[in-house]
Design a protein around this ligand. Structure first.
Ligand code: ADE
Ligand code: ZN
Length: 325
């Protein structure tokens, strides 16, 4: 068996982390006060009680309204720095941070406010020995036109983020809806990833679109791929990363999906372990490693392989990768 200390101290790359999902009750209260916003709760315990959900839709209906406390560049900076301190404590050496600009621009916060605040945190994170970068996600339940506008707004800042992703409610929102934005982003030299959530109705078709048509380099969640041996082979052959989030899985489905992770390891797919929305799902990356290791009795070698996979499928330079592999 593997100890909590072992999973905590292992050097890791965090590749599936929504910065908005790191909004802890304490910071939420502080920002509400600073911005004179009445969120309806006055204590950490009261905020914690609102973090109540049992599937993706009920989670998202708590998650988006919570963001109203994020208003200024300073707020986004503080959110970023609070996370990077946690990352450093979790021995995260490299992190690729998702952010959802449309969740903010749709309520009147400027794109530049979001990206400038987060980027400043990324730069200051280096002093904490955490190498960080940003990935811009489209909200897939927003229109194609909104995604087009968001990419147009983002491209002038393309030195401040390294790739694009796709998140939010997947139901009836297949990857191909955003084929044009993925093409344009790739042409601009950006990396590509997309959420293909577990237990989605059209999961396999969505995975197929993302891998075979849109050329994504990673799938976020995506472990349902085990249902389709041809796609598993494609993923193994093409070094596709698969970012599984055990504690998040445990919230939105009856289990953490450890069997799928083990099967993918066995088939040589570069699956790795991450935290998704740690303030909402009960733990940062070290806790996620420990949860899956403990529940499925992983060996040390398997845990080390998962961490190696995280660096291998990250978007850092080959020189930096070599340090960890
Ligand atoms: N946004 C934040 N967390 C998410 C998740 N687990 N799935 C889809 N969209 C998300
Ligand atoms: Zn996610």
């Amino acid at each position: 068996a593997v100890s909590q200390e072992f999973t905590a101290n292992l050097p890791k790359a965090e590749l599936h982390l929504h910065i908005e999902g790191t909004l802890e009750p304490e910071l939420k209260l502080k920002l509400a006060q600073r911005n004179h916003i009445d969120i309806g709760q006055d204590t950490i315990e009261e905020v914690q009680k609102t973090y109540d959900y049992d599937d993706l839709a009920s989670f998202l209906s708590v998650y988006y309204p919570a963001m109203e406390v994020l208003q200024t560049e300073e707020d986004f900076y503080d959110l970023g720095m609070a996370y990077l301190k946690r990352a450093a404590a979790n021995h995260v050496r490299h992190v690729e941070i998702f952010f959802d600009p449309q969740a903010h621009t749709s309520r009147g916060v400027a794109f530049e406010t979001v990206i400038n605040g987060l980027h400043r945190a990324v730069v200051d994170g280096r002093a904490l020995n955490v190498d960080a970068a940003l990935i811009m996600c489209f909200l897939r339940d927003f229109s194609k036109e909104s995604a087009r506008q968001t990419l147009a707004e983002a491209l002038p800042y393309k030195d401040k983020f390294i790739g694009i992703g796709l998140d939010s409610d997947e139901h009836n929102n297949p990857p191909l809806k955003f084929a044009r934005q993925y093409e344009d982003a790739a042409a601009a030299g950006l990396h590509l990833t997309a959420h293909c959530d577990i237990d989605q109705k059209d999961s396999i078709e969505h995975i197929r679109q993302a891998l075979e048509i849109m050329g994504v380099e990673r799938l976020d969640h995506g472990t349902n791929i085990v249902e389709d041996p041809d796609l598993v082979q494609f993923a193994a052959k093409n070094n596709i990363g698969m970012t599984s989030c055990p504690l998040s899985n445990g919230y939105v489905s009856p289990e953490m999906k450890g069997e799928e992770v083990l099967e993918l390891l066995k088939q040589g797919v570069k699956v790795s372990i991450h935290s998704d929305d740690p303030a909402y799902f009960g733990g940062y990356i070290g806790d996620n490693y420990y949860a899956i290791a403990d529940r499925y009795d992983l060996t040390k070698d398997q845990v080390v392989q998962l961490a190696k996979n995280s660096f291998e499928t990250s978007w850092i330079s080959d020189e930096k990768k070599a340090i960890y592999l």
